[in-house]
Design a protein. Structure first.
Length: 168
């Protein structure tokens, strides 16, 4: 069962939860992977509801989004086993099946090809419209020093929110 929602009614819940971490889930070549994110932006661009995700080039998730062009954003709504965000924020889908190891329950997609996750039921379904590779010369020096001492820049994925639901 899914309760269909207006994503912006839950923007505050999603942005507050990001302080601890939420999940971003991808599917490519028949495999589902998820990673913890702490950065993200919700808003309107080109007259469409948008979620912007910031994914470093080194992440397996980066390769997955490049292939599929879509993802879901999964936010806890109520209790959450605290080990999930730590595990998904330190293990890579390149060598670990995080979904299987944690025993996460996938939820059938609605308007895209990527499932939700029952344990983090507040779900945004997102299709990438545009991606921006960050450029060194326009980032302030203090941010470069703090976040990019060895490069590994973020790609900003501007994705249209094409579905939003709470899995029940
Ligand atoms: C709380 C927290 C927030 C994170 N936020 C981000 C983020 O916004 N963008 C990012 O690229 N990595 C972020 N990470 C790191 C990734 O979750 C981590 O590198 C993960 O293992 C990548 O998995 P993957 O290789 O399967 O994509 C975060 C990690 C934690 C613990």
């Amino acid at each position: 069962m899914k309760k269909i929602i207006d994503a912006f009614d839950y923007a505050g819940d999603i942005c507050k939860a990001m302080k601890k971490g939420i999940l971003l889930t991808t599917k490519a070549d028949g495999k589902v992977n998820t990673m913890t994110i702490g950065w993200g932006t919700m808003g309107i661009e080109w007259g469409r509801p948008i979620f912007v995700a910031y994914v470093r080039g080194s992440r397996h998730t980066h390769e997955m989004i490049e292939k599929s062009g879509e993802f879901t954003v999964n936010t806890p709504f109520g209790e959450l086993d605290s080990k999930i965000l730590g595990f998904c924020g330190t293990k890579s889908g390149r060598d670990t099946d995080k979904i299987q190891e944690l025993g996460l329950t996938l939820v059938e997609p609605l308007n895209c090809g990527v499932p939700g996750i029952m344990e983090l039921p507040l779900t945004l379904e997102c299709k990438v419209l545009y991606r921006m590779e960050q450029t060194l010369d326009t980032i302030p020096q203090d941010i470069l020093d703090r976040y990019y001492p060895s490069g590994d820049f973020h790609y900003a994925y501007y994705a249209e929110i094409v579905g939003a639901y709470i899995a029940e």
